[in-house]
Write a protein that binds this ligand. Structure first.
Ligand SMILES: NC(=O)c1ccc[n+]([C@@H]2O[C@H](COP(=O)([O-])OP(=O)(O)OC[C@H]3O[C@@H](n4cnc5c(N)ncnc54)[C@H](OP(=O)(O)O)[C@@H]3O)[C@@H](O)[C@H]2O)c1
Length: 280
């Protein structure tokens, strides 16, 4: 691995791929707004390179963001896990001081704050449906369950992954109503959309204009949230039906702000970060 790419940085984001990441522009805007320079870089790290990266980070870096597909790998390598990261076994933020690596996940607070600030949605007592059951659905569903959601369901392409996540949530939150089904189970799809107050699109689809929708969306009055941070077919469907809807850029902003605050102990300059992401 060529760590000289990180030589002038104390912070960075790692993932595979990493080119598309907006974290460097957002985090450097935050550091620079507080006269702390532009110390945040990015690096592509393959799964099998994680041990080498951790050795480098332990002695050379102060903070790291971890993105797809390395969050679970990171959770296995830290010296200490925060509460939310321990529950989800997923780490998106490393804080490194004097060779000690603390790992936590700010994805949970990121989505809760995004839902509240952009859609005025709070999870307590609510019925929530996820499309997808990957790492992001996992972090978001745990956060919503911690906030007191009443029911959480997963529709996914593969049944096993949806059921595994639903079972895990049920174990940690015995009072929560959980359900899992596949996109081609038409009766379940109809019922879950009809019951849902919030539908969160958390599959990897939507980044490209020619990506299909994961399913035809049935009748619903739910609010829509797409973890993808662009205008997707899913969100256009919501708008055409006059449903409330928001994209994932606000989640990116708030999870990034929480990482910044963990590293620096300073309040994140949200306006500067928003401008960097070209959010209104
Ligand atoms: N806004 C933010 O701050 C933020 C934060 C985190 C993630 N995200 C976004 O959230 C999305 C999911 O990320 P992740 O970490 O959960 O990824 P992941 O762990 O790889 O999970 C991917 C999910 O998408 C489903 N999927 C993939 N291709 C599909 C297809 N062709 N048809 C139907 N379903 C498909 C997978 O279903 P199977 O289980 O059947 O494979 C799985 O449920 C990504 O777009 C990511 O960029 C946004």
């Amino acid at each position: 691995m060529d760590f000289s790419l990180l030589a002038r940085f104390s912070y960075c984001v790692i993932g595979d791929p990493i080119d598309h990441s907006l974290s460097p522009v957002m985090q450097n805007a935050a550091f620079s707004a507080l006269q702390m320079g532009a110390p945040y870089g990015k690096m592509q790290v393959h799964r099998e390179e994680m041990d080498a990266f951790f050795s480098y980070a332990r002695t050379h870096l102060k903070g790291v963001n971890v993105t797809v597909p390395l969050k679970e790998e990171a959770a296995l390598r830290v010296d200490e896990l925060g509460k939310f990261a321990a529950a989800t076994r997923s780490v998106n933020t490393l804080k490194i001081s004097e060779g000690h690596i603390f790992g936590d996940s700010t994805d949970g607070v990121g989505i809760l704050r995004a839902l509240e600030e952009t859609l005025n949605f709070t999870a307590f007592g609510k019925t929530i449906l996820f499309l997808g059951a990957g790492g992001a659905a996992r972090a978001a569903s745990f956060a919503l369950a911690f906030e007191g959601a009443r029911a959480i369901a997963f529709l996914n392409r593969s049944r096993e992954r949806a059921e595994a996540l639903a079972n895990e949530l049920q174990t940690q939150f015995p009072a929560l109503c959980v359900a899992a089904a596949t996109f081609d189970d038409r009766a379940a799809v109809k019922r879950l959309f009809s019951d849902a107050e919030l539908v969160i699109q958390s599959t990897s689809l939507g980044w490209h204009d020619d990506d299909p929708q994961v399913l035809e969306i049935p009748e619903t009055q739910a609010t829509f949230f797409d973890l993808v941070y662009r205008d997707t077919k899913f969100l256009r469907t919501a708008h055409s039906r006059h449903l409330r809807a928001g994209n994932g850029s606000s989640m990116l902003l708030y999870q990034g702000a929480a990482s910044f605050e963990l590293w620096t102990g300073k309040k994140a300059p949200l306006d500067a970060m928003r401008r960097a992401l070209e959010l209104k």
